[in-house]
Design a protein around this ligand. Structure first.
Ligand code: DC
Length: 224
């Protein structure tokens, strides 16, 4: 018998740099739940493809990379193929590669079980693009985050600079726009709000306000 479906899941989906990661981490801490950053899996496949010179439209080769991922997580630090890749995975070109490989059905299928396996007691907060629609359709609480593209580009710029990574605001604006179009326009598991999800537009909201709204909504649903 599969008991994992009794374990509560909170899903947070939304476009690039909308504040999902910040909200997910804060909600997980507040609820005492585990955290799944599902984008990291697509970033790992993108990183491996760029490192290994694998074409970003070679679906069979990319699916093999996805199926063979053996990351090691040590707190916030991520190791892949014997290398520490925590910062490398956050690079803008890796995000773009991730979005390209994420459009391929075989890659998504290869990563599906690893994401589902993150559902562990006492609960899980999962962020991504298809958490509420495809990976955890039975989640008790679903949130869809949006924000204007300008606000998102500014936020991502700040994050990249803070991490000491290269960033250019006009390139970011263009790349984020292209990434949104690709993530929302693909045939498999496109970015979209799950039916019944709470939608929060974070363009003019600070992180504390978004957390307060999300937490109140989730607590009410978890107590039902
Ligand atoms: O959330 P992120 O920026 O780290 O995600 C990187 C890319 O991975 C994103 O552009 C699309 C893809 N992705 C996805 O298709 N499905 C998910 N659940 C998470 C990420």
């Amino acid at each position: 018998m599969n008991f994992s479906t009794n374990i509560p899941v909170v899903t947070i989906d939304g476009p690039a740099a909308s504040g999902k990661g910040t909200l997910a981490a804060a909600l997980a801490a507040a609820l005492g739940f585990h955290l799944l950053d599902s984008g990291i899996f697509y970033r790992m496949v993108g990183w491996k493809a760029l490192e290994g010179g694998v074409s970003l439209d070679d679906e069979a080769a990319l699916a093999r990379l996805a199926a063979g991922l053996q990351p090691r997580f040590d707190g916030e630090t991520i190791w892949l193929d014997g290398r520490e890749v925590t910062l490398a995975l956050r690079r803008q070109e890796v995000g773009t590669a991730a979005s390209k490989v994420a459009a391929l059905a075989a890659v998504r299928a290869a990563l599906f079980q690893a994401q589902r396996a993150a559902r562990r007691a006492p609960g899980l907060v999962a962020d991504g693009r298809d958490m509420g629609t495809v990976v955890f359709p039975d989640a008790v609480c679903k949130i869809f985050i949006t924000a204007g593209v300008e606000a998102r580009a500014q936020r991502r710029h700040k994050q990249l600079i803070e991490k000491g990574l290269p960033s250019n605001i006009s390139t970011l604006l263009q790349e984020i726009g292209e990434r949104d179009a690709r993530d929302a326009g693909r045939d498999v598991a496109p970015l979209k709000a799950a039916p019944g999800a709470l939608e929060i537009d974070t363009t003019k909201l600070d992180a504390a306000t978004v957390l307060a709204q999300g937490l109140a909504y989730c607590r009410a649903r978890l107590e039902r």
